[in-house]
Design a protein around this ligand. Structure first.
Ligand code: SAM
Length: 220
């Protein structure tokens, strides 16, 4: 979903470091679906306000968002999970060249099948950016690792606009995935333990805070 105002606000974003811009170019050239710039910048700004000590990311790809989060938040540890070997290799290479190398740990494997290899919590932020039809399963598995004031961030909630389309206008191959993503969105919006908002930034960024955390005095 590309709007005039998105182009305007993206045009205001200052250039990133050479390495980060190289990764953005690599993603364009190789069709790697990293976070859209506007959504990435919005997420970083919210994280700067939240100041999580530990972030768990599901879906590393080439390490772009993991590196951006770690570089934006000096002192924050980022654990990130990726299942595709080619992506893991590229991510390791990029992480090794980043200024936040020692604070990013790549977990190799399918986030839904880590078993004993599940990262140890607690995490203050959970960022879900992997298979779009599996968001509910990621939530069920990883939400218990959140700290009391943990925040959940989910990207691609619009799925490039498809989530807002009439189901009959959605290409058949995407229908099940979109149905599951929408069911998850509705379920999380109505979750009694969470306050959620779907921000129309980038490809749709959902932010969910535990209700108990707002009662205690939220970190946001
Ligand atoms: C949208 S990309 C992640 C982009 C990255 N967060 C960024 O913005 O730089 C999604 C990634 O999730 C990975 N993925 C999908 N399902 C997964 C799963 N069950 N476990 C681990 N990784 C998964 C894919 O291989 C892909 O590289």
């Amino acid at each position: 979903m590309e709007h005039e105002y998105s182009r305007y606000s993206e045009g205001l974003i200052p250039p990133r470091t050479e390495r980060i811009m190289e990764m953005e170019q690599y993603a364009r050239d190789h069709r790697v679906p990293i976070m859209q710039l506007e959504g990435m910048e919005a997420l970083l700004q919210i994280l700067r306000v939240q100041r999580p000590a530990r972030i768990l990311e599901i879906g590393t790809a080439i390490g772009y968002s993991a590196i951006r989060m770690a570089e934006a938040l000096p002192g924050t540890e980022v654990v990130t999970i990726e299942r595709e070997p080619a992506m893991q290799e590229k991510a390791e290479e990029n992480i090794g060249r980043s200024s936040a190398e020692g604070r990013i740990r790549l977990v190799r494997g399918d986030a839904l099948e880590l078993g004993e290899g599940l990262p140890e919590g607690p995490f203050d932020a959970l960022f879900i950016d992997a298979a779009k039809g599996q968001y509910r399963r990621f939530f069920d598995l990883y939400e218990p690792l959140l700290s009391g004031r943990g925040v959940i961030y989910c990207d691609n909630m619009f799925m490039h606009g498809l989530a807002a389309e009439d189901p009959t206008d959605i290409p058949r191959k995407n229908r099940t995935m979109i149905r599951k993503l929408k069911a998850f969105t509705e379920w999380l919006m109505a979750h009694p333990g969470y306050d959620s908002a779907l921000l129309p930034v980038g490809d749709g960024l959902m932010i969910s805070t535990k209700k108990e955390s707002t009662e205690e005095g939220a970190v946001l």
